[in-house]
Design a protein around this ligand. Structure first.
Ligand SMILES: O=C(O)C(=O)C[C@H](O)[C@H](O)COP(=O)(O)O
Length: 217
């Protein structure tokens, strides 16, 4: 079985260390992509995860790479190799998946675009670990056991770091980030749906700024 190189592994680690908060962004209206993400960046966010949950995700990734070159732009909700290839083409700088398949993990080994695989169990983690992955998304964080689960995983896997996502709120982000094996947390609370609908970009910047300030960042 091929293995993830040390260089590749350190790139994933750098990326997950770039910002303690990773907004999980779903673009309902393509005109929103730039102003919404610019508002997040104005609030201090340095990494953007654009999901493929809508048909606008791919186009938004390409657009944001051009217009916001100062931040990391990646793809979320990648569930198969075909989508992985499509986001590579669109210019994504990282890929996040909600779960793992052997095919996706294998593709990540050979791709220039680093993969943060999603796991919810020790068995899924071990599949990625055997290939050299050491940084994972923990999804769906709250219902998969939350903070106690992450503490338990630190026992058998002391060299693994996580980005928990799914059910994390502004009020609970800090408790997750206080764990030694958590580098960053992801969530959609940074892009409140109603504020996006109303195109209230100052409010979005404010939520990002306040959320980071509460973490002392
Ligand atoms: O779409 C994906 O790729 C996912 O894996 C799911 C998202 O990361 C979570 O749905 C975000 O969680 P919330 O902050 O609870 O909304």
């Amino acid at each position: 079985m091929s293995q993830l190189s040390d260089v590749y592994r350190s790139r994933i680690h750098d990326l997950m260390s770039a910002s303690p908060l990773i907004p999980v962004i779903t673009i309902e209206n393509p005109d929103d992509a730039f102003p919404l993400c610019k508002a997040l960046v104005a609030g201090g966010i340095r990494i953007l995860e654009i999901t493929l949950r809508t048909e606008h995700g791919l186009g938004a990734i390409a657009q944001l790479r051009e217009t916001l070159p100062e931040v990391w732009v990646g793809a979320g909700t990648v569930t198969n190799v075909q989508q992985y290839r499509a986001v590579e083409q669109a210019g994504a700088q990282f890929v996040v998946t909600p779960g793992v398949t052997e095919a996706i993990l294998q593709h990540g080994l050979g791709s220039d675009v680093p993969l943060v695989p999603g796991i919810a169990t020790a068995s899924e983690l071990m599949l990625g670990y055997a290939m050299g992955y050491r940084d994972f998304k923990f999804f769906p964080a709250e219902v998969a056991g939350g903070i106690p689960a992450l503490k338990a995983l630190a026992g058998p896997f002391p060299d693994v770091q996580f980005c928990p996502t799914g059910g994390i709120r502004r009020e609970t982000a800090r408790q997750y980030l206080d764990l030694d094996n958590v580098l960053a947390v992801g969530g959609s609370w940074l892009t409140p749906r109603e504020a996006v609908r109303q195109r209230d970009w100052p409010l979005i910047s404010g939520v990002a700024r306040d959320s980071l300030a509460e973490l002392g960042r």
